[in-house]
Design a protein around this ligand. Structure first.
Ligand code: FAD
Length: 419
């Protein structure tokens, strides 16, 4: 039986940052990763653009994560690779975890846990595409894995459904590898991915983006032979008579990411329906005492720099956590102008350290003011420009010595500015 202060589940950028931060605070740490190598999804993100905020450098995914892996190993933090957690339970003084390792079963007890399990991609089943089930329907991440890690081309002529960032990046990658990307079809009237990816991955390669369109059917028995696409109305329903058939050998799906929270659910942590990640306080503790969440397991980030930031915060807080010492917190209720807000709760004793908030606007706004109110009175305001739902916003809120009394109602909103 191994006993540690902090057990980190997941060895991507969030888990590595959490483990490093907890270790630096003096905690004994163990990291569990189900794959054979650390690095998470960064291993297959071989394009550049990572680390601009954190390192002021344009790194590839592997280069970015290597910096954390070097520090992780230099600090002598142990990691169990190819290890799966089979059960987890709460104990009087922490948690009991059973895992299958390469050497057999392992029993681990931990005072605190950090869940850094990343996210998974939505699949064809989740977007209800009709037709047969031929080979050739891939998520963009699977296509990325094939091309970047296995050196295999999954397609010669494809259609991409959804304008999420991974699909946009794969449109460029597949084009550079000689495939014909016939178009990206997005059901919404606006793109889901970052503007920079629309420009650098589609426009620069003359790949058409068809907004307000969707794939209605796939054709083919053994292998995909074509797809039907159609224009959609304002309720996103296909418009009869607009359907056209496109011959292709693959349909690549980039229709969204969902935080991976099986373990949080098993522990009974409350999930936020807006983020699909756990509800957390400003130290990223979930509704289960001693369980912290970070990175894409907490909410889907668009920049890895913020993933690492949340990992560090969760790791430090997990190291400091002692059973039975939860600080009381108040819920913040965002109104409909906000897509989501993380953290969803803030500890009542202000003045300890400023809280970092991540949020998305629900609509495109040239100008807006993010306002936090306590019982209707503004306690924090920040003017913002160029708000766009695909682009996450980050704000540091210093509550100073404001004491948030029990029963105070905290609300958040983005108030529209003049265009
Ligand atoms: C397919 C894909 C491609 C992406 N491409 C880009 C990109 O090009 N650019 C970009 O900025 N962002 C990209 N992202 C977003 C990217 O995920 C984040 O920027 C960052 O990698 C998130 O870090 P993380 O540590 O939260 O999650 P991840 O990097 O996903 O790491 C999570 C780790 O947890 C492990 N794990 C999960 N469950 C368990 C378990 N039960 N037990 C043990 N280990 C577990 C996983 O194996 C994985 O190693 C991509 C995401 C996906 C899914």
């Amino acid at each position: 039986m191994k006993s540690v202060d902090v057990l980190v589940i997941g060895g991507g950028p969030a888990g590595l940052a959490a483990a490093i931060a907890a270790k630096k605070e003096g905690a004994s740490v163990l990291l569990i990763e189900r794959e054979a190598r650390l690095g998470g999804i960064m291993k297959q993100c071989i394009h550049d653009g990572f680390g601009l905020i954190r390192f002021d450098e344009k790194l590839s995914g592997p280069e970015y994560v290597e910096r954390f892996m070097d520090e992780f190993y230099a600090l002598g933090i142990p990691a169990l690779l190819q290890t799966f957690v089979t059960s987890v339970c709460e104990k009087e003084d922490g948690f009991g975890v059973t895992a299958v390792t390469r050497e057999g079963m392992a029993e681990i007890t931990a005072r605190a846990m950090v869940l850094a399990t990343g996210c998974r991609e939505r699949t064809a089943r989740q977007v209800f595409i009709h037709g047969t089930r031929p080979a050739g329907v891939f998520t963009a991440g699977t296509a990325q894995h094939f091309v970047n890690l296995m050196g295999q081309m999954p397609t010669r002529r494809c259609v991409i459904l959804g304008s999420g960032d991974i699909g946009l990046i794969m449109a460029r990658r597949l084009t550079l590898e000689g495939a014909e990307v016939l178009g990206v079809y997005e059901v919404k009237p606006t793109p889901s991915g970052l503007t920079r990816n629309i420009v650098q991955c589609l426009e620069d390669y003359e790949i058409p983006l068809h907004l307000s369109h969707t794939v209605t059917r796939v054709f083919g028995q053994e292998r995909l032979e074509g797809v039907a696409v159609a224009r959609v109305d304002e309720k996103l329903n296909p418009i009869p008579g607009t359907e056209e058939t496109i011959a292709c050998d693959a349909l690549i799906l980039s229709v969204g990411l969902i935080p991976e929270n099986e373990m949080a659910e098993r522990l009974g942590a409350a999930l936020d329906p807006r983020t699909r990640g756990p509800v957390c306080d400003d130290r990223l503790m979930t509704s289960v005492d001693g369980v912290f969440s970070c990175g894409n397991a907490l909410h889907v980030n668009d920049l890895v720099d913020y993933v690492s930031e949340s990992g560090e915060l969760a790791g430090r807080a997990a190291a400091a956590y002692r059973p039975g010492q939860r600080e009381q917190s108040l819920e913040i209720t965002p109104d409909d102008s906000i897509g989501y807000l993380v953290p969803q709760r803030v500890r009542r004793t202000g003045g300890l350290e400023p809280a970092v908030f991540y949020f998305r606007s629900r609509e495109i706004l040239k100008r807006g003011t993010f306002t936090l109110r306590a019982d209707g009175q503004p306690v924090f305001e920040k003017k913002l420009r160029n708000l766009n739902p695909p682009e996450m916003e980050r704000l540091v809120v210093d509550f100073g010595d404001l004491s948030l009394d029990e029963g105070i109602r905290l609300t958040a909103a983005i108030e529209k500015g003049e265009a």
